[in-house]
Design a binder for this molecule. Structure first.
Ligand code: 13P
Ligand code: SF4
Length: 305
């Protein structure tokens, strides 16, 4: 174990801290974490952990969600500037206008969103539970924010509801093109193509499997195929290779790298544990309002479908 890894273990004990990391962070950060997972898994853990301090190795909306779900805990962000651009891509005025237009509107907010946007939502979803939650909502009219592509992916499977889309997108996943995927398939004709629903519809059409980061990892780990082309951020390759040392994984494109997730380093984890800097703050008003759709997500996701 490196000196930095040792120091992190020591500080964690001193502060009764737990380290949560998303699959998109650097390999060595995943190695240092107590729990690594997708957004849904991490938000459930944040809501239930006994630790006094959560170090969230991910982007701002993840730390904010952890603080909303566990207001009594200290949530430290190793890099305060690690932010997801998509989390800001929706307009509150438009939400309000649509609420006036459609009486039964449900504003369904992908967890990749600011706490401010969540204040205006009826329910949050992650990529692993969006379909189940939207299907089970009583509302007919759905405004899906901020990700257009995840929204369209869900809508295609719930034709009985009327969807209104927003034009937000993840610049990492939306950059994957069908040409890139076809080229990867030509180079690796036996490989299965596994993709995240933040990619565009013309890319999803080429998939053997569509799912969240955890679902992609579980699928590849239980499938018999030996080769896989992975259509999500390249950080997932670490867990894929750990769990499947005999299988081969190719990234669908060199650009599949989230620059914000990659800002998290071991040095920065040590720094926030030592100093207590970068603690997430949310106002009481924001906590009450933004917590409601997050808790509704946790309740609806736990229900039998
Ligand atoms: P999941 O963790 O739900 O797979 O989402 C991916 C993502 O883009 C997180 O930023
Ligand atoms: Fe945001 Fe995309 Fe990075 Fe996820 S991968 S944090 S959605 S920019």
């Amino acid at each position: 174990m490196s000196d930095l890894q040792n120091r992190i273990q020591q500080l964690k004990k001193e502060k009764n801290a737990v380290i949560l990391a998303h699959y998109y962070v650097h390999d060595e950060v995943q190695e240092a974490a107590d729990y690594v997972g997708d957004s849904f898994y991490l938000s459930r853990l944040a809501a239930t952990t006994d630790a006094d301090t959560i170090v969230f190795c991910g982007v701002s909306f993840m730390g904010e969600s952890a603080k909303l779900l566990s207001p009594g805990k200290t949530v430290l962000m190793p890099d305060e500037t690690a932010d997801c651009p998509m989390a800001h891509m929706a307009d509150i005025d438009r939400i309000e206008r649509l609420r006036e237009e459609y009486e039964d509107l449900a504003v369904v907010c992908y967890i990749n969103s600011t706490a401010e946007l969540k204040c205006h939502a009826d329910v949050c979803v992650t990529s692993s539970n969006a379909l189940k939650i939207v299907k089970n909502l009583p509302n007919h009219n759905i405004f899906f924010i901020p990700d257009e592509h995840l929204g369209r992916y869900v809508a295609a499977q719930v034709p009985e509801k009327n969807f209104i889309f927003n034009d937000g997108f993840c610049h990492v996943h939306a950059a994957v093109s069908p040409e890139q995927v076809r080229a990867a398939k030509r180079s690796h004709p036996e490989a299965k193509f596994l993709v995240h629903p933040e990619c565009k519809a013309d890319v999803l059409e080429l998939a053997d499997f569509i799912g969240s980061t955890s679902e992609i990892i579980d699928y590849a780990s239980s499938c018999e195929a030996e080769e896989y082309i992975i259509g999500t951020e390249l950080g997932v390759l670490y867990e894929l290779k750990e769990r499947n040392p005999d299988k081969t994984f190719y990234s669908a494109g060199a650009a599949l790298c989230c620059p914000n997730m990659k800002k998290i380093t071991l040095e920065k984890i040590v720094h926030v544990l030592e100093t207590g800097e970068n603690a997430v703050q949310v106002t009481e008003e924001m906590r009450t309002r933004a917590n409601a759709p997050l808790n509704r997500m946790l309740e609806l996701a736990a229900k039998e479908s």
